[in-house]
Design a protein around this ligand. Structure first.
Ligand SMILES: [Cu+2]
Length: 370
């Protein structure tokens, strides 16, 4: 399994070869807003787009469908009526194991992924463990339709009636029109009756913007942005991927400021105590771009095969994003730099307190002002 296991990233205006740089700037502006990832633009709402959720209790797969959506040719997302925010109510208590997205038409034929600007799932019942001002961002994908594969032995814990907000943004940079398109996401799951329950993992979004809005202005030429977040929990990282935009060069993740004294003797006995020394590199993720600098992909580095990368409570995670923008001009909100991974706390109950009722996290979803 290895390299396909995760992520990444909800995405972006990154991969649109058919669009000019000028248009790209406008499109990327759309990243700043309430959801921290989605657009700050006032889109027209597409009529008749519904969420359909079905659980197959034999195969243990949930099928979500968002649609139907109509996508006229060569239409940027700002001109495209956008699906409303939709809420998926979790039907069972158990674990979500993976997310397999695809785009199809009403007849089941495949539609190019590039018409998906991005989709993001937010758990309105939980706060993010690194940035409690945000909701837990449990899944994201862009035009690359990144598959978040299953990690044996681990899953994302959900409770019946949890509210998952689904934000979908579409556009059509191609010269073909598509009608009655559905975004379909297959989600294998385990319910509580599972004979071999899995351990809980939590999504870890480590952003050069810290806990603020992810988008930032990309200067002309080479540039570098660095941001940190501190971790209040000990545990392991199972692996990391990344999310950037066009003209990306590299993401790095480092740990520093080890708090050894916080490792209690009792914990030390059944866990690794060799926490990373100061300023240690965790992962380097070189971006792959085409000859015009458009982002193709960012690799995934996994640690779960070797027991996970140990993280001590009190350390700082630092992300560095480097770009080289050849357009000669500043691209407004043109960049993001996010390392995304899965975290497993040492104390399995440590993150339980991040659960809350959907209404008690106003900051995470306030209306934007722009
Ligand atoms: Cu982005």
């Amino acid at each position: 399994m290895g390299s396909r296991f995760l992520l990444l990233a909800s995405a972006c205006a990154a991969q649109q070869p058919a669009v000019s740089d000028h248009d790209m700037t406008k499109m990327q502006h759309a990243h700043t807003h309430d959801g921290f990832m989605q657009g700050g633009m006032h889109h027209t709402v597409a009529q008749g787009v519904m969420l359909d959720a079905k659980s197959d209790q034999t195969s243990h797969v949930i099928t979500l469908r968002v649609g139907p959506m109509n996508l006229p040719a060569s239409t940027l997302h700002m001109k495209m009526p956008q699906p409303p925010e939709l809420v998926w109510t979790i039907p069972m208590t158990g674990w979500l194991l993976a997310y397999h997205p695809k785009l199809i038409d009403a007849a089941g034929n495949s539609v190019p992924g590039v018409v998906l600007h991005h989709v993001a799932f937010w758990n309105e019942n939980r706060s993010d463990f690194l940035c409690p001002n945000k909701e837990e961002h449990i899944f994201g994908a862009g035009g690359e339709l990144t598959d978040w594969a299953q990690i044996p032995g681990f899953g994302y814990r959900v409770e019946k009636r949890d509210q998952i907000r689904i934000e979908t943004m579409i556009h059509n940079p191609t010269t073909a029109s598509y009608k009655d398109v559905f975004l379909e996401i297959l989600i294998p799951y385990l319910d509580d009756a599972a004979p071999a329950p899995v351990k809980n993992f939590y999504p870890a979004w480590m952003d050069v913007a810290g806990c603020g809005n992810s988008g930032y202005d990309l200067p002309a030429g080479p540039s570098k942005k660095v941001g940190s977040v501190s971790v209040k929990y000990s545990g392991i990282l199972l692996g990391v991927g990344g999310h950037m935009h066009d003209y990306a060069q590299q993401l790095t993740l480092e740990v520093s400021g080890v708090a050894r004294s916080e490792v209690q003797p009792a914990e030390a006995e059944n866990s690794r105590t060799e926490f990373a020394p100061a300023n240690k590199q965790v992962a380097v993720l070189p971006a792959k771009v085409d000859d015009q600098g458009h982002l193709l992909n960012i690799p995934v580095v996994t640690f779960f095969q070797t027991g996970g990368y140990p993280i001590a409570s009190g350390i700082k995670l630092t992300v560095t994003a480097t770009y080289n923008n050849p357009t000669g001009k500043l691209l407004r909100d043109g960049a993001m730099g996010i390392v995304v991974g899965y975290f497993v706390p040492q104390d399995l109950a440590a993150l339980n307190s991040l659960r809350h009722s959907p209404s008690s996290s106003p900051e995470a979803h306030q209306p934007h002002s722009d």
